[in-house]
Write a protein that binds this ligand. Structure first.
Ligand code: FES
Length: 106
């Protein structure tokens, strides 16, 4: 079992099976997270800011590496639809991809 803490959603904790993609894990726990392209790696709206637990994430995918190489994915950011969660981590929702109906605490 792994855990994602969403810092700017009141430290909300979601849990699931190790190796699950972050976006799926969020959805399995009924957390709405922006994913405009439907998780196909074509939009970057599913960005997560990694606060801690970088070592608990699967390796950067080719899709993420491409976005990083053109400056659209910072070293502190990962795509939820691409990133496997292998251990506990803490993330934040980027300001530009907050959902209007979701409650944030920052
Ligand atoms: S949902 Fe579009 S890149 Fe992740």
């Amino acid at each position: 079992m792994v855990k994602i803490v969403i810092e700017n959603m009141g430290q909300k904790e979601v849990t699931g099976k190790a190796g699950t993609l972050a976006l799926r894990l969020l959805h399995e726990n009924f957390v709405d997270w922006m994913h405009a392209c439907g998780g196909k790696g074509r939009c970057t709206t599913c960005k997560m800011i990694i606060v801690n637990g970088t070592d608990s994430l699967g390796t950067l995918t080719d899709v993420e590496a491409r976005y990083r190489s053109v400056g659209e994915l910072a070293v502190t950011e990962r795509l939820a639809c691409q990133t496997k969660i292998l251990g506990d981590c803490t993330v934040r929702t980027p300001a530009e991809y907050k959902l209007p109906h979701q409650t944030y605490t920052d």
